[in-house]
Design a protein around this ligand. Structure first.
Ligand code: HEC
Ligand code: HEC
Length: 151
């Protein structure tokens, strides 16, 4: 009889443990922790990461998929480096950090520099993937002739 009760107890404990494990979800924060940061600090908080990513999109006039791989099922693979635009963007981030640190004295890691930046992605891109290198001239208007120096 004692034997039988011990068996029931053991079975109940096993059941409780199994149920507990079945209902333990992986921590979503941990699951979505960035996997592949090379310029941004690895411990960046989610809000700063997402703010910066939205800024990038607006500065270049693209969606997230302008730089990130979108999988067949509509999900995004943000960690993948498959798109050349993402790799180019990393170089741009390094350049932006350097310009701000070297020429404008803005100090700190990428996020510090970014939040206090004088030159941003938008400064050059203005909502375009390919920044204009010169002011637009009205259609068909020839450039004004060079001014001859006054005597
Ligand atoms: C102009 C290119 C560009 C655009 C547009 C862009 N991203 Fe990114 N994203 C990057 C780069 C570059 C990195 C990697 C940064 C690094 O290496 O530190 C990154 C990293 C990320 C990561 C971290 C991935 C990981 O696991 O390492 C997430 C999440 C992310 N982006 C989300 C977004 C979202 C959401 C959008 C749209 C709102 C977006 N990105 C738009 C360039 C871009
Ligand atoms: C000093 C000016 C400048 C700054 C600042 C700048 N860019 Fe650029 N970016 C350029 C130029 C110029 C190109 C080359 C465009 C071309 O090929 O026509 C370029 C190209 C790119 C491209 C490749 C576009 C394509 O479709 O091939 C990406 C992506 C990009 N920049 C992202 C960024 C991001 C993100 C930032 C901010 C972290 C940034 N850039 C800051 C000037 C700048």
């Amino acid at each position: 009889m004692i034997h039988y009760r011990q068996l029931i107890a053991l079975a109940s404990i096993t059941l409780i443990l199994a149920l507990g494990m079945a209902f333990t979800q992986p921590n979503p924060q941990q699951e979505h922790h960035p996997q592949n940061l090379k310029v941004l600090p690895k411990d960046i908080d989610h809000a700063s990461l997402i703010k910066i990513m939205h800024d990038f999109s607006e500065a270049l006039g693209v969606k997230c998929s302008g730089c990130h791989v979108s999988k067949g099922n509509g999900d995004m693979d943000f960690a993948s480096d498959a798109k050349p635009e993402k790799r180019e963007a990393r170089e741009m981030m390094r350049m932006m950090k350097k310009i701000n640190r070297k020429y404008f004295g803005v100090k700190g890691n990428f996020v510090d520099v970014y939040m206090n930046a004088k030159i941003t992605c938008y400064s050059c891109h203005h909502g375009q993937q390919h920044p204009a290198v010169a002011a637009a001239h009205p259609e068909g208007q020839p450039l004004p002739p060079p001014q001859s120096p006054q005597p």
